[in-house]
Design a binder for this molecule. Structure first.
Ligand code: IPE
Length: 249
């Protein structure tokens, strides 16, 4: 971190933080407001990414789309992307109400996935928004996947792409768990290598089509910036520059 440059933070608000996960297309207004008020206290340059929760996953499952299983149906793309845009509108509005200069960014129009599965996200507009003093708010979405139609891009993937491209100083992943659990169910304070935690998180990877905790840890370890995994109770501490939950570096 250089002294003459504002800190750049990339923060993901998981779908479980902003929506009621079990009821289709339902925002969790109290949790969203609480998160927005906390986000409003973050100083420096900030990018927010939110997950799909009951908006994205519901439509993605209905159309059999995951981050590897694609669709060639335009109607499926419109339904997943449309739901995520509605959720993004609710998140942007809530952030704005809390005093955050939030503006929407829709990854479907800014990203592609190569045939090998690599995400290519155009980050020039996001960097320009930051330079202009705004807080870009991206979301898990569909992206055109070379040769596969459209697949899902998770909020976690976007966080990793943004943090790398923007040279982020801090990364936060706020979800439904207070940190990465060890085999005994206790939150691990710090993870420095995947081998340290493979026994605890390795097996949990199979059910979540957009990554799971093992995928999250692996991706966050690849970043230069320290990353923190915490739940909504840790968000105020993260916003204030603290180190809640599990630190991954
Ligand atoms: C999923 O994003 C996006 C869609 C299904 C369109 P995430 O995988 O980041 O969402 P959450 O945080 O788990 O809900």
């Amino acid at each position: 971190m250089t002294a003459n440059r504002a800190t750049t933070t990339v923060l993901k608000l998981g779908g479980s933080v902003v929506t009621e996960k079990d009821r289709p297309e339902t925002v969790d207004p109290a949790s969203l407001r609480r998160a927005a008020e906390s986000v409003a206290t973050i100083t420096g340059r900030l990018v927010v990414v939110h997950g799909g929760g009951s908006f994205g996953h519901h439509h993605a499952a209905e159309h059999g789309v995951s981050n590897t299983e694609g669709t060639n149906e335009d109607a499926a793309i419109r339904s997943i992307h449309g739901a995520m845009k509605r959720l993004n509108g609710a998140v942007v509005d809530s952030l704005a109400e809390a005093g955050v200069p939030a503006v929407p960014v829709h990854p479907f129009s800014a990203a592609v996935r190569t045939a090998e599965g690599t995400l290519r996200l155009g980050t020039d507009p996001v960097a320009a928004m930051l330079d202009a003093g705004f807080v870009p708010v991206l979301h898990g979405d569909t992206v055109i996947h070379d040769g596969t139609g459209a697949t899902i891009v998770s909020g976690d993937e976007l966080v990793v792409a943004l943090a790398g491209a923007l040279g982020a100083d801090r990364v936060g992943v706020c979800s439904s768990v207070p940190g990465v659990y060890d085999a005994e169910g206790d939150v691990i304070g710090r993870i420095e290598s995947f081998e340290d935690v493979v026994d605890a998180v390795g097996a949990s990877d199979t059910t979540d089509v957009t990554g799971g905790m093992a995928g999250k840890v692996r991706e966050l370890l690849s970043l230069d910036a320290p990353a923190y995994v915490f739940d909504i109770d840790g968000l105020d501490a993260f916003a204030a520059g603290g180190t809640p939950g599990t630190e991954i570096e």
